[in-house]
Design a protein around this ligand. Sequence first.
Ligand SMILES: [Zn+2]
Length: 86
Amino acid sequence: MDTNRDCGCASAFPRIEALVDGMLDPIDCAQVRGHCDRCESCSAELDIVETLTHRFRAALAEPPPPGVRETIFANLNIPTDFRTPQ
Ligand SMILES: [Zn+2]
């Protein structure tokens, strides 16, 4: 497949999240990135998805504040030893 040919919005836009998640093979990755380099709206979507993904991953890397687990289980009326984190 010719990776220099623009795949178009209809092909690139649905694959942007997969691109950011590293789920595309090198050819698909080159097609989507190549399209985003030429398309303002897909490039904007790529920026949004990359920003949100990085912020979400950073938030998940942080441990929750002390007491959050106990508060959630108390509000659900479930014993805190019901399930222990891995
Ligand atoms: Zn586009």
